[in-house]
Design a protein around this ligand. Structure first.
Ligand SMILES: NC(=O)c1ccc[n+]([C@@H]2O[C@H](COP(=O)([O-])OP(=O)(O)OC[C@H]3O[C@@H](n4cnc5c(N)ncnc54)[C@H](O)[C@@H]3O)[C@@H](O)[C@H]2O)c1
Ligand SMILES: [Zn+2]
Length: 322
């Protein structure tokens, strides 16, 4: 079991107790939270511990935590003995609707995020929305950004349902959370099933992420991933309006929902716009030197464009200035 230190005493103990009750012998390693601890060096002790315990091919790895832990636990499972069965138990909204589903696993490298990794599908993903009760509100909002993203890329009706029910998320109304999480996992799983190795439509999940990753790097992770995605979706949607793909009423609806989710839509302190633009050009998702953008042409549908003039991209990024 690979566990996030922040939840070891709460959900971690519950899981270990459940395994003991089921007479399943479990070993655990506790990983330090914080994106700066998502490195190869941080997972080496887990290899030592598990290999030292004479695990075998059928020994499953269970990750319990946010996306950072599901990514790291997943990578440990992908690489130990060339692949062990994996069970993901996400405990953040972001990990429930996004990181734990789809089989992307990995760690960061000094040159960038998630640059060392593997595709490794979990045997199962167990989600208990009750674990969100201990989640800091900022992290809950961060997960909402990916939910909003899923609706914009795939489901206009789902977007309207989320608009109508947003307060129920903040109330941690479990009945609605069940519905929201199921709906989002379904969207993500369908996209991934159609294109597991990101040769085509899986790229749609990167909506908001080309701008978002650059912001994440330049601001040194002072914004959460979801906050960066929120800002990225605002910039990408504005870019779509500039390109006459998206109407301004849809843009307003997108910005409004992001605001109501208490996520940032601007206010970036960009003193060096060129640096952030360079960051974007170096992102690993740049195909053959061309910047590719996933842009909405209406709520519920996106198109991949690699012919966007640089000046418009710069202008969209600049629009996030405070
Ligand atoms: N593999 C993928 O497809 C994919 C997709 C999206 C994001 N990710 C990765 O996910 C990571 C971000 O995940 P995240 O937003 O879940 O952040 P995170 O895992 O860093 O967790 C955020 C914080 O919440 C704490 N926490 C987790 N669950 C908790 C709970 N139930 N109660 C209280 N505290 C809790 C953590 O200790 C941490 O401090 C990034 O590393 C990103 O690269 C991966
Ligand atoms: Zn994301």
């Amino acid at each position: 079991v690979v566990i996030d230190a922040n939840i070891f005493n709460s959900h971690g103990q519950t899981l270990l107790r459940s395994l003991a009750d089921a007479k399943i012998e479990a070993l655990h390693v506790i990983l330090q939270p914080g994106e700066q601890h998502k490195t190869m060096a941080d997972i080496l002790p887990a290899y030592d511990r598990f290999l030292g315990a004479k695990i075998e091919r059928r020994t499953p790895i269970i990750s319990l935590g946010g996306g950072m832990i599901t990514d790291m636990g997943g990578f440990i499972a992908a690489t130990l003995l060339r692949g062990l069965p994996l069970v993901q138990i996400p405990t953040t909204l972001l990990a429930m609707v996004d990181a734990s589903v789809g089989g992307k696993t990995g760690v960061n490298h000094a040159t960038g995020k998630n640059l060392i990794g593997a595709f490794h599908q979990p045997r199962c993903v167990l989600i208990d929305p009750q674990t969100l009760r201990t989640l800091p509100p900022r992290e809950l909002r961060s997960g909402l950004a990916e939910c909003i993203k899923h609706e914009i890329i795939r489901d206009a009706e789902g977007f309207a349902v989320l608009e109508a029910n947003l307060p129920r998320v903040f109330d941690l109304d479990v009945e609605y959370l069940d519905e929201l999480i199921t709906h989002n996992v379904t969207i993500k799983a369908r996209v991934v099933e159609a294109d597991p190795f990101e040769k085509g439509e899986r790229a749609h999940l990167n909506f908001g992420h080309t701008f978002g990753h650059a912001i994440e790097n330049v601001f040194n992770y002072s914004y959460t991933h979801g906050e960066c995605v929120a800002l990225g979706m605002v910039a990408a949607s504005r870019l779509a309006v500039e390109l006459k793909m998206l109407d301004s009423i849809s843009l307003d609806r997108i910005i409004n929902l992001i605001k109501r989710a208490e996520l940032p839509v601007g206010g970036l302190n960009i003193d060096d716009l060129d640096r952030i633009m360079d960051e974007m050009l170096f992102d690993k998702k740049v195909a053959s030197g061309k910047l590719r953008f996933v842009l909405p042409d209406r709520i519920g549908h996106v198109v991949v464009r690699d012919d966007v003039p640089y000046a418009l991209v710069r202008q969209a990024m600049q629009s996030l200035r405070g």
